[in-house]
Design a binder for this molecule. Sequence first.
Ligand SMILES: [Zn+2]
Length: 452
Amino acid sequence: MLYTVRSGDTLFSLARHFGIPLRDLLAANPQIDDPDQIFPGQTILIPSAPKPGSPSQYVVRPGDTMARIAHRLGINLVSLLAANPPVENPNFILPGQLINIPANPLAQYVPQPVDTLFLIAHKFGVSVQDLISANPQVLTHPLPGQVLVIPRPPGPNRIVSVAAEYGYQDLRADITTLLATYPFLSQQVIGYSVLGRPIPAVKLGQGPHQVCYCASFHANEWIMTPVLMRFVEDYARAYRRLVPLHNANVRDLFQSTTIWVVPMVNPDGVELVQQGITPGHPYFEAVIAMNAGSRNFDTWKANIRGVDLNDQFPANWAAEKARGRPEPAPRDHSGPRPLSEPEAVALAELTRRQDFQLVIAFHTQGEVIFWGYRDLAPPESEEIAARMAARSGYTAVRNAGSDAGYKDWFIQEWRRPGFTVEGGRGINPLPITHFPKIYADVLPVMLCAAQP
Ligand SMILES: [Zn+2]
């Protein structure tokens, strides 16, 4: 509940009065810098005192809605809804029904007349961006008396660090740390690369609507791997902290949608681009020969045996084969037959096993969203692409004029929306300094595509 401080109150007297440890009272009110300095008229959040063995409950009165109860108890509506998963329609609850009161609701704060978003963010040690995300109702300036949700301050660092090149070892280490930090995530190895590296998929959410985001089919387009990994982290963080992610309600999305993320389809190729190759490598001679003797692999797209993984799928594969290079090469060789490469097989099997309603293959570069394949895309593909384009500033384009890509095959086989998103702009491999802009542009695309 919210309590308005009266003359003569101290935090110590309030803690005693409400039977709450002072530490809990302070924890619920991070805006209080000095517990000796509270003033009459100030609003304080009183956390509910834990009763051993029984969660706090509230008996619904006639005319109540979840929003009204949250307001009356001075707790955040998102926290209240999260504590009551069976309540499906928050506007339709019955008198006499018992509602759980969350033990640890998000902090709330009623701005003072002098407050700005910047001052409030500073006071609570959160970023202005997080504060705005948690309070989409605030347009420019907090109004006095308006109740703000204060998100929990971020940890010192993100798990997914993008300060330098992001390789396969980073990927594996970050997945391990993310799973330990957010146990509601899970991982599945969907197959193995030519060199025997496990290809991981990370699963976000538990809803019946299933979508798949995958990246780094092409070795020199690896920057999209940390983009997907940062998305996994931010999504998990927002879910745990009960805050929206870029105005999307992650709590709802988590229940409605399962997002399968395959961050690196081509680990052997990514390693080649980032680290080069040395004589002990099993494909050393073959790779140097395919690369015309050069030790620079900046233009390498293929897997380690010179097959372009996005020319591997059984969607008019022969037509793509005829246009491409006849022999193994750094790019544009379709392989001896469709799905000859284990990396492409891994993704195809995952796609056949799951019931994906939508897939996105992330590549670089061009800031383009391709949504068609011949005339096979369903009508909604164009609408979804237009929405994604509006939110990212990218351009929606119908066809890439090629065949045998992952999204081509997905559209052909399932007649459901499949997209190729070409993130960023420049010469591949895009420098890691482009990461913040690419992530900012592509995040709303991923959130938009997850909506059932
Ligand atoms: Zn590509």
